[in-house]
Write a protein that binds this ligand. Structure first.
Ligand SMILES: N#Cc1ccccc1-c1cc(NCCCN2CCCCC2)c2ccccc2n1
Length: 158
């Protein structure tokens, strides 16, 4: 019997051009491949205003093309509405977490569960580090961590 429950996940990082669009795209491909994409609202956002309106970083685009994962996103900053409408807000590091918790305090009825995406990693790599000043290798590590974490997160919510 088809379940009607729909769920929602917002992936967040500092600029929404490196880590969170990769996580969003990886999770969307997994949900699609599992035949449950229509049950999910999936998006990504930034804690900062640094890159609003920009596409994902070219190094991340190259990484995703290499792994045949479609990625199409325009950077945006997290909104008060996000805290009221998403079930999960999944972020990358402690700085994202503290910034999100600070923002959530200013939202009257914030209901989203704010968690580190890395808390789902079976290899226990809790933090997904910012690759902005890094190499293609660092983007590959972000991708591998997102695959492990999104696999576990989808399984837990299926
Ligand atoms: N900040 C920091 C930081 C610290 C350690 C490691 C990486 C970063 C870092 C720096 C970025 N943009 C350069 C500075 C931006 N300007 C900072 C001052 C206000 C005006 C904007 C990033 C942009 C997009 C995604 C991730 C980024 N991450």
């Amino acid at each position: 019997m088809a379940t009607t429950g729909s769920k929602s996940a917002l992936f967040v990082c500092l600029g929404n051009i490196c880590r969170s669009p990769i996580a969003e795209a990886v999770f969307r491909k997994m949900a699609t491949d599992a035949g449950v994409a229509d049950k999910w609202r999936i998006d990504s956002a930034a804690t900062s205003t640094y890159e609003i309106g920009n596409p994902p970083d070219h190094r991340g685009q190259a990484c995703m093309k290499k792994h045949d994962v479609p990625m199409k996103h325009v950077a945006r900053q997290v909104t008060k509405d996000d805290f009221m409408t998403f079930d999960y807000i999944l972020c990358m590091d402690e700085s994202n977490m503290s910034e999100l918790n600070r923002k959530a305090k200013a939202v009257k009825n914030s209901s989203a569960k704010i968690e580190l995406l890395g808390s789902y990693d079976p290899e226990k790599q809790l933090i997904i580090n910012d690759p902005y000043y890094g190499s293609d290798e660092d983007f590959e590590k972000v991708y591998e961590q997102c695959v492990r974490c999104c696999t576990a997160f989808l399984k837990m919510n299926s």
